[in-house]
Design a binder for this molecule. Sequence first.
Ligand code: NAD
Ligand code: AKB
Length: 316
Amino acid sequence: MSKILIIGACGQIGTELVLELRKRNGSAKVIAADVRENCPTVLSGGPYVKMDILDRQAVREYIIDNEVDEVYLLAALLSATAEKNPDFAWRLNMEGLFTILDLAKEKHLKKIFWPSSIAVFGPTTPRHNTPQYTIMEPSTVYGISKQAGERWCEYYFNKFGVDVRSIRYPGLISYTSLPGGGTTDYAVDIFYQAKMNKDYTCFLRDDSALPMMYMADAIRATIELMDAPAEKVRVRSAYNLSGCSFTPAELTDAIRVHRPDFKVSYVPDFRQQIADSWPASIDDSAARNDWGWKEHFGTAEMVDIMLENVDPSKLN
Ligand code: NAD
Ligand code: AKB
């Protein structure tokens, strides 16, 4: 039986990716793994294993002994958290990737998904409609780790034929699981405050445009890329992917359509500098042309769904 392992399964992306992969492949085939001791209730319908991606030997043994074919490696520190602990962020974001790439090089794995980010771009990158191939001088440890990871993915594909696939996700917006320490987290936090009829203090300036995407689109893109025939996956670093793009002020206006009294104030912190170094919007024509990507959710649809579904009791 072919088995899929998701490492970092309890996070914002992992939770929804596990649920969708289980729906498509059956629960028994999709193993959720995370360094967290306990499996969140939402993932209790299938196998869960406590796994530290930094324990190379244990990860190797698990994957080989259990005849896992496919790995989605999601464990990482995100941009804001990584800036507070750069040494550990570099270690976590890079070492795990080598463990998985090496297993595929040795033919223990058939296919790998490893996510990159818009953080691979930097202050010298063209900010609007950022091309697939352009100047990339990231200024955060997170961005540097993602850029290096992309280079290594492409290298393992070219040298060893490793079937590794990747997307430069924009900021992802979802309600099933809370975000894990990124610069784009404001675009999730804001909905919890709006739903509780509270004012929100945004940690970015009102005019900071960033590329964003509703989670259902991101999960569908990930699975479509993984399902694409190998010859269609022409980019083996990571694909640009676009959903929508907005500023905190524009998001506030979209929320006010439903909650006219909602108030937001702006108190930028260290994350503003990170946001200023990232694109405002993304050209994803390579993904559209190569494997037929198309987003389904714009800002207005995403706002409707988020206001309907966020559950403030999760904040406790
Ligand atoms: P997250 O922080 O919500 O989840 C990461 C998960 O990894 C957590 O459940 C954590 O417990 C787990 N983890 C941490 N250290 C681990 C270890 N040593 N071993 C095993 N598990 C460990 O992150 P996310 O938002 O779900 O992001 C997943 C991946 O997608 C990351 O690589 C991130 O860089 C990338 N990404 C996310 C976004 C986004 O907006 N969420 C955007 C771009 C890229
Ligand atoms: C972050 O803000 O760090 C992430 C990302 C865009 O990679 N959401």
